[in-house]
Design a protein around this ligand. Structure first.
Ligand code: SF4
Length: 214
């Protein structure tokens, strides 16, 4: 018997919500889930000052820099349009030289930069309840909450993530006072290019991702 699953946008082959050139599928979230009330509520949220400013800046960067600005340039352009003077970098210590290079670029373009590395505070993994054997990979724990607190204290106005581990990044996003964007997504296998595994899921990465159906 075929597996029963809840259909959603990830199962959609028409994406009528984008170009409005076909028809909505039966399970379409736009027609079946989203109510007028939800739309009105979200429109109100976009009128809140920070949200409106961010939407204007993001849409402007997309429009003006479409397929011509790199992500690093886009971050700076977004920061300028947001009126940001001081950028925080929350970096993996394994990517400190990349973060230094990124800071050099940001500074060249007039931004103040302040960074916090993931092992800041030197707290042992066992001190926060992590299993002792995990100290074989390094004694000190990554410390995304403290990274966020330090950047909050430094008054950074936009924080940029450089290669924080999955889940550590989640906590950094949670505790950062400033809005956060990501410059580098950690992937130790693909040179920090996680989409490589997605592109290759039916071929080079198939055995890793679907081990039962080689
Ligand atoms: S909103 Fe509807 S049309 Fe758009 S991707 Fe989702 S299911 Fe498809």
């Amino acid at each position: 018997m075929a597996e029963k699953r809840e259909l959603s946008c990830i199962d959609c082959a028409v994406v009528h919500c984008n170009k409005m050139d076909k028809a909505f599928p039966d399970f379409c979230l736009t027609t079946q889930v989203v109510t007028d009330e939800m739309k009105e509520n979200v429109k109100k949220l976009y009128q809140e000052e920070e949200n409106q400013k961010s939407m204007q800046a993001a849409a402007g960067v997309e429009y003006d820099g479409y397929c011509s600005l790199t992500r690093v340039q886009e971050i700076m352009e977004y920061a300028k349009r947001m009126g940001v003077k001081k950028i925080g970098i929350a970096t993996c210590v394994g990517l400190l030289s990349e973060s230094r290079a990124l800071a050099k670029i940001f500074r060249y373009h007039g931004f103040e930069v302040y960074g916090a590395g993931c092992k800041v505070g030197c707290i042992r993994k066992t001190e926060i309840g992590l299993p002792e054997e995990q100290e074989q990979l390094g004694v000190n724990t990554c410390n995304p909450i403290l990274q966020a607190q330090l950047l909050n204290e430094a008054g950074t106005e936009l924080n940029v993530v450089v290669g924080l581990c999955v889940g550590h990044d989640s906590l950094f996003y949670k505790y950062s006072n400033a809005l956060v964007t990501t410059a580098v997504t950690k992937d130790r296998v693909t040179g920090h290019n996680p989409v490589a595994a997605i592109y290759g899921c039916d071929f080079y990465f198939k055995k890793r991702l679907f081990p039962e159906n080689k």
